[in-house]
Design a protein around this ligand. Structure first.
Ligand SMILES: [Zn+2]
Length: 259
C-alpha cells in the first residue's frame, strides 16, 4: 500500500491489488474516506496510517457499487457508508452481490479475511449534490457508463477530483453489466470541465494525475470508445495500457455491447 499526499488536506492510498485507490479528504477536524484498498492487512493498517497523517475519517463514501470500492467498513466498522442514489438502487437490487464478488476475488487470490464484509447502514446521497466535510463541501456529480451507477467526488477547494473507475492510467474504459457506451461518453463529457477546474484527478485504479495528464487520458479514452463502437477487434490501446489483461477487457467490452 502506498500513500501520497496530493494536497495538504487530501491523501491517496493505493492498494497493491489493481492499484485501487482510497482517498481521504479533510477539512478542519473532519475527514471523509472515499473508496477502499483491498487486502485485509491494508484495511487493518489504514486507520493508523491516516491518523499518523492527521486524518480521522468520520464518514465513508463509495464512488460506485463494485465490491472493490465498498470495503471501507472493514477498516472503519463504526462509520456509515454514503453512496449516490443510483448506487443505493444497485445495492438494493443486488443484495449480497458485493459479498459474493469479494468472496470470489478472495478465493482467486488465496486471501483469507478475519471477518466478512457487512455494509452496515448505507445512506443515499443526492447526485448531483453536495456533502459537508468540516467547513467545506464536496461536490457529487453523476458518473454512469462503467456501470449503471457512479459518482464523481470533487473537493473543489482542494482542487482534487476523485473519479471512480474513469481516467485510469492502468485500465481501459470498462463497460460492465449495467454500463453503456452512451453513458460512458456522457460521463467523459461531464469530466472534461471538472478536470479543467481541478489540479489533480484520482482514478479508482492507478496513479493520481496532474490536470494535463488526466486530460490526455480522457482523449485516449474517447479514441478507445470510438474503436469500441466500430467493433475493432484489435484496436491500438493507449501506451501503458496495452496488456494481455486489457485486451481481455476489450473482448469483454465487445461482448457486453454485442450482447
Ligand atoms: Zn473498480
Amino acid at each position: 500500500m502506498r500513500a501520497v499526499s496530493v494536497h495538504p488536506d487530501v491523501i491517496v492510498v493505493t492498494s497493491l491489488l489493481w492499484q485501487t485507490t482510497a482517498t481521504a479528504i479533510r477539512s478542519g477536524e473532519e475527514a471523509m474516506l472515499v473508496d477502499s484498498p483491498y487486502f485485509p492487512e491494508e484495511l487493518a493498517l489504514l486507520p493508523t496510517l491516516l491518523e499518523e497523517a492527521g486524518f480521522q475519517p468520520d464518514a465513508l463514501l463509495a464512488t460506485h457499487a463494485d465490491f472493490d470500492h465498498l470495503l471501507g467498513r472493514l477498516a472503519f466498522p463504526d462509520l456509515s457508508l454514503g453512496v449516490g442514489e443510483e448506487t443505493m438502487h444497485r445495492l438494493r437490487a443486488e443484495p449480497g452481490q458485493a459479498q459474493r464478488d469479494l468472496r470470489a476475488a478472495d478465493a482467486e487470490h488465496y486471501v483469507s479475511r478475519p471477518r466478512p464484509l457487512g455494509l452496515g447502514p448505507v445512506q443515499a446521497l443526492p447526485v448531483p449534490g453536495h456533502v459537508a466535510v468540516g467547513e467545506e463541501e464536496v461536490e457529487l456529480h453523476p458518473a454512469e457508463g462503467h456501470t449503471g451507477d457512479g459518482t464523481l467526488v470533487f473537493a473543489r477547494w482542494a482542487g482534487v477530483l476523485v473519479c471512480g473507475d474513469y481516467l485510469s492510467d492502468v485500465e481501459i474504459p470498462m463497460i460492465a453489466p449495467g454500463g453503456s457506451l452512451e453513458g460512458y461518453r456522457a460521463t467523459l463529457a461531464r469530466l472534461a470541465p471538472l478536470v479543467e477546474a481541478a489540479e489533480r484527478a484520482v482514478p479508482g485504479h492507478g496513479a493520481p494525475h496532474a490536470r494535463d495528464a488526466a486530460l490526455a487520458i480522457l482523449d485516449e479514452d474517447l479514441a478507445y470508445l470510438d474503436a469500441l463502437e466500430r467493433g475493432d477487434l484489435r484496436p491500438s490501446l493507449p501506451e501503458g495500457r496495452d496488456t494481455a489483461r486489457q485486451r481481455r477487457v476489450h473482448a469483454e467490452n465487445l461482448a457486453q455491447l454485442g450482447g
